[in-house]
Design a protein around this ligand. Sequence first.
Ligand SMILES: Nc1ncnc2c1ncn2[C@@H]1O[C@H](COP(=O)(O)OP(=O)(O)OP(=O)(O)O)[C@@H](O)[C@H]1O
Ligand SMILES: [Mg+2]
Length: 487
Amino acid sequence: MQVELQDIHKFFGPVKANAGISLQFEGSKVYGLLGENGAGKSTLMKILSGYQPADRGQIILDSKPTYFVSPANALTQGIGMVYQDPLDIPPLRVIDNYLLAKDKKLILNYQAAKKEMKDLLSKYNFDVDPDYLIESLSLGQRQQLELVRLLSGGAELLILDEPTTGISAEQKEVLFDSIRRLAYDEGKTVILVSHKLDEVQELCDYAYVLRQGKLVGGIKVPCPNERLVEMMFGQIPVREVRPDHELGKTVLELKNLSIETPRLTVQNINLEVKSGEVFGLAGLEGSGQKLLLQACAGLLRPSQGNLLLQDEEITNWSYHHRQQAGVAYLAAGRLEEGLVAGLSITEHIVLAQPKHDFLVDWRAARDITTERIKTYQIVGRPDSTADQLSGGNQQRLLFSLLNSPLKLLLLEHPTRGLDIRSTDWIWGLLNERRKDGTAILFMSADLDEVIERSDRIAVLSGGVMSRIVNAKETTVDELGHLIGGQA
Ligand SMILES: Nc1ncnc2c1ncn2[C@@H]1O[C@H](COP(=O)(O)OP(=O)(O)OP(=O)(O)O)[C@@H](O)[C@H]1O
Ligand SMILES: [Mg+2]
C-alpha cells in the first residue's frame, strides 16, 4: 500500500503540533519516525490512524484521497496503530477484547474466533492466553494482543508508537522479529515512532525526523548516529559529565527485607543508600525491582525484615507518613499511577502541595503553576490536562510535583520515553538533589543509564539480589550476565 500525507496541520490552541507535514510510505518497508519530546510524532500518527482529524491537509491511500472518522474506520481501510498509552479496556478477557474489533457476525462463532486468534498469536511467537483478563497482562503482552487485533482487522500499515518502552528485552526481540516478518515477508508497511536511535538504526530502512511540528527531512538508515541527532535537535547536544560527589550518612537501610506477592517473592534484601548517593536497580521487568521500590515507599507491606530511614524504624509507616517524612515515589505508569488524565497542570500542583488548607487559593496556585511550567520547561498551559501533554512533558510534570527537600527519592524508570536532551536535563535535576543530600534509589531497563548514572548497582533476578557492584567498575556485559542469573 502507498500512503501519503499531504500538508498536515493540527493546532491545539496556540500549540502548533503539526505545521504542514508531508510524508510518503511504501509497502515492504520499516520507517522510523524520530523527533524530540513534543515534536508532533504522536499527533501526526493519531491523524493517520483516524484517532483525530487534521485541521488541514490530506491522507492519500494508493492515489485516492481518504478521510477517516475513527480508528475502526481507518482499520477497515488498512491502517492500524498501537498507541503510546494502551487504549484497551482492562476488565475484559483477552478474547473479548479481540472480538470487539471483529465483524459482528463473527461474535456468534466464538470458538472459530478463538482459534483464529491463537493461530495469529503463535504465528508471531506471541505469548498471550485468550482466557486471561487484560489487566493481568504485562505491557508487552497487551501490545502483542493489540497487534494481533489490528492484523486480524486487515491492517496493511502498522504504526507502533514507542513500542519498546516498558517491555522486556525478550519481548522486544519477538516484536522486532514480527516487524521484519510483516514488512519483508508480508509486504506491509511499519512505522516505528521512537527516541531510541539504536533501535531505529537496527530495524528501519528509512527515517523521517520531525522538529517543532515540521518535517526536518528523511534519511536512509543505518547512518551515522550524529546525523540523526543533529536532525532531531538542530545541533548535537553537549553531554554533561556526571559530577563527582561526596556521599554522606546512610539514609535508607533495608535489613533482610522480604516481600511476598502471588506472582513473585522478593527475598532477604540487604542494602543501604547513602545521602547524596544514586543507587541503581537493574533486572528484567518483573524481577522484584518495582516491588522493592513500592515497599520502600510504603505502598506494599513487607512480609519480613526492617526498613530504616535515617536510623529510624519505618517498616510500619504508611505511605503518607513516609511522604511527610521526606520520602517520594515516582511511578512509571504516568497516566495510570502518577497523573490523573483529566486534571489540569494547576490541579496537579494543588494536589501535590504538602499541606492542604480547607479552601484552595487558586490564584496562588496559578502563580506556582506558571513558575513550575517555566522551571521544568513543560510545553503546556496551566489549564492543559495531563492527557493533552506529550509523553515527555507528562514526565516533566511528574518531576515538577516533587517537593523539596527530600530525604529519599524512589524512581521507577525516571527517563522512560524521554529524548536524549530531556534525559540529560532530568539527571541534571537529580544531581542537584544529590547535592542537597537526597538519597536516590531508582530502577531502569536501560543498562547504559544504570551504569552511567549510578554510584552503586544491584541486580535483581527472580526476586533475588546479586552482589552489589560499583558502577565505575562494571560493564553492560557483566550486568547482562547477572541479570541472566549467572553470578
Ligand atoms: N489533545 C491535545 N490537546 C492539547 N495539546 C496537545 C494535544 N495533543 C498533543 N498536544 C500538544 O502537541 C504537541 C505535540 O505533541 P505530541 O504528543 O505529538 O508529541 P510527540 O512528538 O509524540 O512527543 P513525545 O516524544 O514526548 O511523545 C505537544 O506540545 C503537546 O502538548
Ligand atoms: Mg508521543
